[in-house]
Design a protein around this ligand. Structure first.
Ligand code: FMN
Length: 180
């Protein structure tokens, strides 16, 4: 039996009753035999990116964030789209990793779960490509109308979405296996 993979899951929404947070919890539940999922919900505590502070002693929240990314076998991002783009606090956190390269060749899965989500998804994929996150087509997914598909008690209630998420999990697990 292979050892469980450490997945660092970043929720792009800072809302307490976020559908994306509920989705991450649903995925953690579905993968409890395979993954150890650590959920990061502290995007709003990461200071604004400033290249002048991106030196050997960055803000402590940034060091901790980078360390958690580094320690993981894979990164799962679940995020809404805001104003046709990537939520600012998520983009801000990723900007802190450009120089330190935590995403470089790291198995990564991106789920944009929103009302629509296509544009934010495409924009974030461009960023993830430029920082060389390791992704497959099968580790990218848009879930539109998310509020009708993930319940407040963290269950994926839409059968088609459940299959899509299970396929993504399988591809993500394979990507992590290949990397180790
Ligand atoms: C400021 C703001 C902007 C939004 N803009 C978009 C948008 O451009 N596209 C979209 O699909 N949904 C948009 N939404 C709706 C979100 O997709 C929806 O609220 C979603 O449930 C948020 O994710 P969460 O439940 O994880 O917080 C926006 C919501 C907010 C608060």
């Amino acid at each position: 039996m292979p050892s469980p993979k450490k997945v660092f899951a970043i929720c792009g929404s800072t809302r307490a009753s976020s559908s994306n947070l509920n989705l991450i919890k649903a995925i953690a539940d579905l993968t409890q035999e395979q993954f150890i999922v650590q959920i990061f919900t502290d995007l709003s505590k990461i200071p604004h990116f400033n290249p002048d502070l991106d030196n050997d002693t960055p803000p402590s929240q940034v060091s901790a964030f980078r360390e958690q990314l580094r320690a993981s076998d894979g990164i799962l991002i679940c995020t809404p789209e805001y104003a046709m783009g990537v939520p600012g606090s998520l983009k801000n956190a990723i900007d802190w990793t450009v120089s330190s390269m935590e995403f470089y060749q790291k198995p990564t899965a991106l789920i944009t779960a929103s009302s629509v989500g296509e544009k934010g998804h495409r924009a974030l994929l461009e960023t993830l490509v430029v920082i060389e996150a390791k992704m497959l087509e099968e580790t990218k997914l848009v879930i539109p109308f998310v509020r009708t598909k993930v319940s407040a008690d963290c269950k994926i209630t839409d059968a088609h979405t459940l299959v899509e998420v299970q396929n993504l999990i399988q591809a993500f697990a394979k990507l992590m296996d290949q990397a180790t």
